[in-house]
Design a protein around this ligand. Structure first.
Ligand SMILES: [Zn+2]
Ligand SMILES: [Zn+2]
Length: 251
């Protein structure tokens, strides 16, 4: 009967790794026992400042007496080694209250102190700072916006000298009968569109299976393709490529 390893991926069958979880669990157990023993020996030397009762460690930097007194044993029982002064708790360590030098705590076993309150305060401050920055950025962007443009009359293209000619030139309206592709520009997209829609009906067709409109097959392919792109843009059809062909579907 094979052993069950809940945290080990099934693909992990290396026999050297199979028992590692049990070794790790044993080490953690040993560490826990050693820690308990260490604290029982250490706290055996001290008594509760309120009732002189025995103490037990309940958390990091926290011990408890049966009278209900909960306190930090490092602050209560340990003095700084440098000046013999009271210690103060910092974010990650204890320091001498007189010369500020770091003093390791006897009451911390193999771990750092972690000031949860400090980190929650820092996180809160960081979030507030982020929000403030965002609000400032929004305000800055609002202020840099251009004013409203009231359109009180129809725009007149002729009011800007040469604009109409430039626009015509840009869209190629003044070009002769032959376009950039070298075809006769007798192209009527609407003819192609209705031809494609008729061919499609309510279903789908392959690009190659649609009959020609023009006499020139090469020209026809180009115009059919251009028309399809426009139709896709208008969301009349959907195009999907299959190898060297296109599947055209009504939307
Ligand atoms: Zn007590
Ligand atoms: Zn000191």
């Amino acid at each position: 009967m094979p052993k069950e390893y809940p945290n080990v991926p099934t693909g992990l069958k290396n026999p050297l790794l199979e028992d590692i979880q049990f070794v790790q669990a044993r080490i953690a157990q040993l560490k826990q026992r050693t820690k308990r023993f260490y604290y029982s020996v250490l706290l055996g030397k001290y008594n509760c400042p309120k009732c002189s009762g025995g103490l037990t460690m309940t958390d990091k930097s926290q011990c408890l007496c049966s009278c209900g007194n909960i306190f930090d044993p490092t602050l209560a029982f340990q003095k700084s080694t440098c000046c013999g002064a009271q210690l103060v708790r910092r974010t990650f360590h204890y320091a001498c209250s007189r010369c500020k030098k770091t003093n390791p705590s006897r009451f911390i076993f193999d771990e750092r102190i972690f000031d949860g309150e400090y980190f929650s305060r820092m996180m809160k401050a960081s979030r507030a700072k982020k929000l403030k920055k965002k609000a400032e950025m929004t305000k800055l962007l609002m202020e840099s916006r251009s004013g409203e443009l009231p359109l009180l009359q129809q725009p007149c293209l002729e009011s800007i000298p040469g604009l109409v000619q430039d626009l015509d030139c840009f869209v190629g309206a003044d070009e002769g009968k032959t376009d950039d592709l070298g075809f006769d520009s007798g192209f009527e997209m609407e003819d192609y569109r209705s031809h494609i829609l008729t061919a499609l009906g309510c279903g789908s067709r392959l690009f190659s299976s649609i009959n020609y409109v023009s006499q020139d097959p090469r020209e026809d392919r180009v115009w059919r393709f251009v028309t399809l792109i426009f139709m896709q843009h208008e969301q009349e059809i959907d195009l999907t490529q299959y190898d060297n062909d296109l599947l055209i579907e009504r939307i």
